[in-house]
Write a protein that binds this ligand. Structure first.
Ligand SMILES: *Cc1c(COP(=O)(O)O)cnc(C)c1O
Length: 447
């Protein structure tokens, strides 16, 4: 079969202008192993982006494979209303010990956007339930990304995804968020005390009483171009939410599970949100599963005799799927048995050093920012003024095509090249990835 032609005949790919596929056809992958993916012709690609940030410990990981095989032979799925199963119970029990203090109740969905929707509904409903029904609004930062369904899209702010749907969206109070590379206060990362948080304070002073929840991507606005901001900002946000009685929803879908060098990004700030949204790394990149973990306080506002009508009636068919839960358990096993979290800081630092050595001297590299294994290289037209390349040039996309032809999956966000590799990345893999990345960038600029 001509797989490429058949793909083009039938498939509408996500996040793509399909016409681009006329000149850059879909790559049909047959096999994955560790950092590498192999296409049907046997060509190898290094997956520097963890297949959209979800693969944690390499493709076709033997431990996760084994867990999945064991589970599928016992139970593939069961209705999750009134029924339960061992893997999901054990998962909550074990994951609980890793989570920030006070997050005690687990609500399952089957993808990240759905978890965000559930969290928003839960917060709104909570306030209605306790008679605080003037709190109907959500607050979120500029450049936020929280998923693609209408509610999740509404709290997000990237025009690329949201522009045409604005008439459908719920009312969200947008606050100017941190922009550390182009800091309007002209501070650098070392001396910053989260001064720009005053924008949030100003907004809250005006309408804090009407806000149900503030949703935020802790420390890294990932889809915005791996924009990294300091923990102090998050600390201030927690304090402000407490002051105004607002729920803090931490969307750790992208940054949870070791991506920032700690299990959860909130740990860097020493804060606990009222809800945390988890997905992507949760199952190691194996199965679609997501969780909203929340407090007993929120849970209890829904707990009443049936006739009071207080239940949270939200549901998804594949909630708490046993295959997903068993993969998630294998992920925790790997974290524990392979001392991943203990070894991350040192390995993260090694990678960052290599990324800097590779890219920092180019005139078109504006900033290299890093947290955990996430390393972003922002390309600019003018380093002094930090002027961006015009988006019509599609600089990132052009580099992406070159890199793919050389066997590296980079997939830049606009003009930001980034690496978000699996946590098992070895030093030789770092070198291999960076050599291709360097060549690709040079090829582009020396055309
Ligand atoms: C990916 C992502 C989502 C959406 O998750 P999906 O599973 O793609 O729906 C939400 N928030 C953040 C921060 C993400 O990175």
């Amino acid at each position: 079969m001509d797989y490429v032609q058949k793909d083009l005949d039938y498939i509408w790919h996500p996040c793509s202008q399909m016409k681009d596929y006329e000149t850059f056809s879909p790559i049909v992958i047959e096999k994955g192993e560790g950092l590498a993916l192999y296409d049907v012709d046997g060509k190898k690609y290094l997956d520097a982006v963890s297949s959209w940030w979800c693969n944690l410990f390499g493709h076709s990981n033997p431990r996760i494979n084994e867990a999945l095989i064991q589970q599928v032979q016992n139970l593939e799925h069961v209705i999750f209303a009134n029924f339960s199963h061992k893997p999901v119970i054990e998962l909550c029990h074990r994951l609980h010990t890793y989570l920030p203090e006070g997050l005690d109740k687990f609500f399952f969905t089957d993808n990240g956007s759905a978890a965000v929707e559930a969290a928003l509904k839960m917060s709104f409903h909570y306030h209605a339930q306790i008679g605080d029904s003037q709190r109907k609004k959500f607050m979120a930062l500029t450049d936020a990304y929280h998923g693609e369904t209408i509610g999740a899209l509404s709290v997000g702010d990237l025009d690329l995804y949201t522009e045409v749907y604005k008439p459908l969206m719920i009312d969200v109070i947008r606050v100017q968020g941190p922009d550390c590379y182009r800091c309007p206060y002209r501070l650098d990362r070392a001396s910053c005390q989260g001064e720009c948080f005053e924008k949030v304070e100003e907004s809250l002073a005006q309408i804090g009483e009407e806000v149900a929840a503030f949703i935020v991507e802790p420390l890294v606005q990932a889809a915005a171009g791996m924009k990294i901001y300091p923990p102090i900002y998050l600390k201030k946000l927690r304090q402000a939410c407490d002051k105004y009685g607002i729920h803090l929803i931490a969307d750790e879908i992208a940054v949870g599970f070791g991506r920032t060098g700690k299990m959860f990004a909130c740990e860097h700030a020493g804060i606990s949100p009222d809800m945390i949204c988890l997905s992507k790394g949760l199952t190691g990149g194996y199965m679609p599963m997501a969780i909203v973990v929340t407090t007993n306080k929120i849970y209890e506002a829904f707990y009443a005799d049936y006739k009071e009508g207080k239940a949270f009636m939200h549901s998804h068919t594949y909630s708490g799927n046993p295959l997903g839960a068993s993969c998630a358990l294998a992920v925790l096993d790997i974290f524990e048995k392979e001392n991943i979290l203990e070894e991350l800081p040192e390995r993260n630092a090694i990678f960052n050093k290599k990324v800097k050595a590779t890219f920092q001297d180019y005139p078109y590299v504006g900033e290299i920012r890093q947290i955990g294994f996430i390393n972003a290289v922002e390309l600019v037209e003018d380093k002094a003024t930090k002027k961006s390349f015009d988006s019509s040039l599609r600089v990132g996309y052009e580099i992406y095509k070159i890199a793919v032809s050389k066997g590296l999956i980079l997939r830049p966000l606009g003009n930001v090249l980034y690496f978000n590799p699996p946590l098992t990345l070895t030093e030789s893999e770092m070198d291999e990835m960076l050599a291709i990345a360097k060549e690709s960038v040079e090829n582009y600029f020396n055309r």
